[in-house]
Design a protein around this ligand. Structure first.
Ligand SMILES: O=P(O)(O)OC[C@H]1O[C@H](OP(=O)(O)OP(=O)(O)O)[C@H](O)[C@@H]1O
Ligand SMILES: NC(=O)CC[C@H](N)C(=O)O
Ligand code: SF4
Ligand SMILES: [Mg+2]
Length: 437
């Protein structure tokens, strides 16, 4: 679930993309890149602040950017990727994962095509190039209608900026008017962080491409029928709490999931300890309905990022990121609340940590269902075997994390929360194995 950003007809595009990507850093921490006018490029491994420095400033008023969380191809690839075609130069930044990437790459190579990266994203450029049209916009439309999922894209061409979303709308994408032009970003919170007004922010609808051209009037082209299957895990974990999808706020949804968790499992304790960061909103919901107070039993080092989206050293990251507060935990019965357990890395370490710090009883509540299926739409869990809940029954799982009690939200309860707030047409494939494609 990388972060993508695009800018059209805005002064100092490099700085604007930098600021947008900084607000999207939680979507990808491995690498960052920017391409502006003339396809001038800055790319590097690491965080936005270390790659997109002031010294590397590029002059320009249009461009695209990317922060990467790898799901296909080598870990050291960096986006955007740029190529020369008969239809002009094109640069692409991609959030998602092309589900049949292996077959498509093979098909292209068998007909003599060559690839310069190991990325699934490069397929988009090839389809653009081989499309049976000379017009670049028609070519892009043709390419999009042949690549099913999963993608949200920003594309810079010599003559336009395009923002596109697959027909299922699996990954998010928003745009807004900004100064004399337009900007695009994966989450609306990123657009607001640089001053866009809520009422001017719009969703790029599933199955559409929006072209921003010199006419400076966005042109919306539908290339496929909309069949919404938005990733519900964006609400649970990926997105920032101040982001909204379908007009519904992520933090509010997490609180509702936390409340539902209590309705289904009325576990009592001295206090709740949120597993920061993403477990905070759900903890609040659980606390509000149960009346159990929240305590600051774990503190978080703000200079350490997310562990789940890193390709290696995840255990060390968790250990360095969260520390227990013995003065709070000593002799207490606590409920640790987190948004999810995926590989089980975080929770096992945290339970050990709070026990060592003196907690007497440790209950663990998770405000989403057990993750039992892999995801091929932009999350790096393509192998089921790495999902802790597929290898263990409930009791073994409890033993593995070392908790006195482990309780999840049910699949039905999870669904009800989304239906209750009017978010229909979601994907919850990793929880119930019902995948859109
Ligand atoms: O079971 P696991 O494989 O460990 O994955 C789940 C954990 O990873 C995420 O936290 P992360 O540290 O990535 O980010 P956060 O600070 O937003 O909670 C998520 O919030 C869970 O805590
Ligand atoms: N998480 C993502 O959106 C990844 C995009 C692309 N598949 C890559 O690996 O770079
Ligand atoms: S399978 Fe899970 S993580 Fe993947 S898109 Fe669906 S809900 Fe999101
Ligand atoms: Mg977490």
């Amino acid at each position: 679930m990388c972060g993508i950003a695009g800018v059209w007809n805005v002064d100092n595009a490099y700085n604007v993309i930098h600021d947008l990507l900084l607000s999207l850093q939680h979507r990808g921490q491995q690498a960052a890149g920017v391409v502006v006018n003339g396809f001038k490029t800055v790319k590097g491994e690491g965080l936005v602040e270390s790659v997109l420095t002031d010294e590397r400033f590029l002059e320009g008023n249009r461009g695209i950017g990317h922060v990467r969380y790898s799901t296909y191809g080598s870990l050291d690839e960096i986006q955007p990727i740029t190529a020369y075609t008969l239809k002009g130069r094109i640069s692409v930044a991609h959030n998602g994962n092309i589900v049949d990437a292996n077959e498509k790459r093979k098909f292209i190579m068998e007909s003599g095509g060559i690839f310069s990266t190991t990325l699934d994203t490069e397929i988009i450029i090839h389809y653009f190039s081989i499309a049976p049209y000379t017009n670049p916009r028609e070519s892009l439309q043709w390419a999009m209608s042949r690549i099913k999922a999963a993608y949200s894209l920003v594309i810079l061409h010599d003559s336009f900026l395009a923002a596109a979303r697959d027909q299922f709308g699996i990954r998010p994408l928003f745009y807004s008017k900004y100064e004399n032009g337009y900007i695009v970003a994966s989450e609306d919170s990123a657009l607001r962080s640089i001053g866009c007004k809520c009422e001017e922010i719009q969703e790029v609808e599933p199955g559409t491409i929006i072209f921003f051209t010199d006419s400076n009037k966005p042109e919306i082209v539908k290339f496929s029928r909309r069949q919404d299957r938005f990733c519900s895990f964006e609400f649970v974990y990926f997105a920032r709490p101040d982001s909204n999808f379908y007009g519904v706020n992520t933090h509010e949804v997490r609180k509702m999931l936390g409340r539902k968790l209590y309705e289904e499992n009325r576990v009592q304790a001295d206090f709740i300890v949120p597993v920061l960061d993403s477990g905070f909103s759900g903890s609040l919901g659980y606390s509000q309905v149960s009346g159990i107070p929240i305590e600051y039993g774990l503190i978080r080092n703000h200079y350490i990022g997310r562990s789940f989206i890193m390709p290696k050293n995840r255990q060390e990251i968790v250990r360095r990121k969260l520390s227990p507060l013995p003065s709070v935990l000593e002799g207490k019965e606590i409920i640790l609340i987190d948004d999810s357990i995926v590989r089980g890395t975080t929770m096992k370490i945290i339970v050990d940590m709070v026990r060592e710090a003196g907690a007497k009883k440790v209950y663990v509540g998770i405000h989403s269902p057990a993750v039992i299926g892999s995801c091929n739409y932009g999350i790096d869990t393509s192998r089921r075997s790495e999902l802790i809940a597929t290898r263990n029954d409930a009791e073994k799982l409890r033993e593995y994390v070392g908790a006195d009690k482990l309780f999840y939200l049910s699949v039905d309860g999870y669904k009800e929360v989304f239906e209750g707030c009017g978010v229909n047409g979601i994907c919850m494939g990793c929880f119930n194995l019902d995948y859109p494609v």
